[in-house]
Ligand binder design. Structure first.
Ligand code: PLP
Length: 292
């Protein structure tokens, strides 16, 4: 049911298919975004659409893929998806990928396709995760050079690493993975940025090995407005073990408390008070209950 925006046209959901020789399917060169629309008093509102579209275009530029639409057309595709599919709230997925005209690593000359899909996806982790916090395991997979040089890009090619890390965490009985960089400093979760709180100050890794997250930036703003200091610095996993609070941020994960890392209970082993406060103002903001 519903429609998907594909290369400027609205296609029935079941017909929005690609060929098996789709280049991106083979080599992983493509870019995407994860965007959310929230229910507000005056209908669904897409949170930070401009920032997501800017990052999509930047990601494409970093990968030398030329998006054959302008930003206004892509923004419009998002609002069309919400409207045409009559979604009260939604997760939106724009995707930029190469076509199926040729195989091989020389991608010049291939068609660049763009799709925007939307569906209802209320909870990314589990419904309890936001309230109770999650168990996290440090991963044996590290953020490799592709991710490190691409903290400004959200690319399909970066996610094999994330999926291996997440699968490892899940099979070890945890809910999410914490990836380190090649030097052993904390980078981020499989699809989230990470923060710790100690003595009322927020710390998060600098942008050398993690994605320049839009939720991360939103938390900077909300925390600073509420008088908390935010510091970007290299963090070791020990600093997480002895933190008062820790949490993940992401469009999908929103603000998810971390209650345990590698078997060490963080703080009180539940959602900490500052995390709860920031989570609550985050939800007010995305649901249009507070000023930008
Ligand atoms: N880090 C990675 C690897 C991600 O995939 C995401 C998800 O988009 C994030 C961090 C969080 O970024 P944002 O807050 O912009 O969704």
């Amino acid at each position: 049911d519903g429609v998907i925006w594909l290369d400027g046209e609205l296609i029935p959901w079941r017909d929005a298919k690609v060929h098996v020789l789709t280049h991106t399917l083979h080599y992983g060169m493509g870019v995407f975004e994860g965007v959310r629309a929230y229910e507000t008093g005056s209908g669904p509102a897409i949170f930070r659409l401009k920032e997501h579209t800017d990052r999509l275009f930047n990601s494409a530029k970093i990968l030398s893929m030329k998006v054959p639409f302008d930003k206004d057309q892509i923004n419009e595709a998002h609002t069309t998806m919400i409207r045409e599919n009559k979604l009260p709230h939604a997760y939106l997925r724009p995707l930029v990928f190469y076509g199926s005209e040729a195989m091989g690593l020389r991608a010049n000359g291939l068609t660049v396709h763009v799709a925007v899909a939307a569906w209802e996806w209320p909870s990314y982790m589990s419904p309890e995760a936001l309230e109770l916090g999650i168990k996290v395991r440090t991963s044996s997979y590290t953020r490799h050079h592709v991710n490190i040089t691409m903290c400004k890009a959200k690319s399909t090619g970066s996610y094999m690493n994330s999926m291996l890390a997440l699968n490892e965490a899940l099979s070890g009985g945890a809910d999410e993975a914490l990836l380190l960089d090649n030097e052993g400093y904390v980078a981020e979760g499989s699809g989230e940025n990470v923060f710790l709180i100690r003595d009322g100050v927020l710390y998060t890794p600098e942008l050398t090995s993690c994605l320049d997250g839009i939720t991360r930036k939103t938390i900077f703003q909300l925390a600073e407005e509420r008088g908390y200091k935010v510091r970007e610095k290299r963090l070791t996993r020990d600093e997480f073990y002895i933190a008062d609070e820790a949490f993940f941020t992401g469009t999908a994960a929103e603000v998810t408390p971390i209650r345990e890392l590698d078997g060490r209970i963080i703080g009180e082993g539940k959602r900490g008070p500052i995390t709860e406060e920031l989570q609550s103002v985050y939800f007010d903001l995305v649901r249009g209950k507070s000023e930008e």
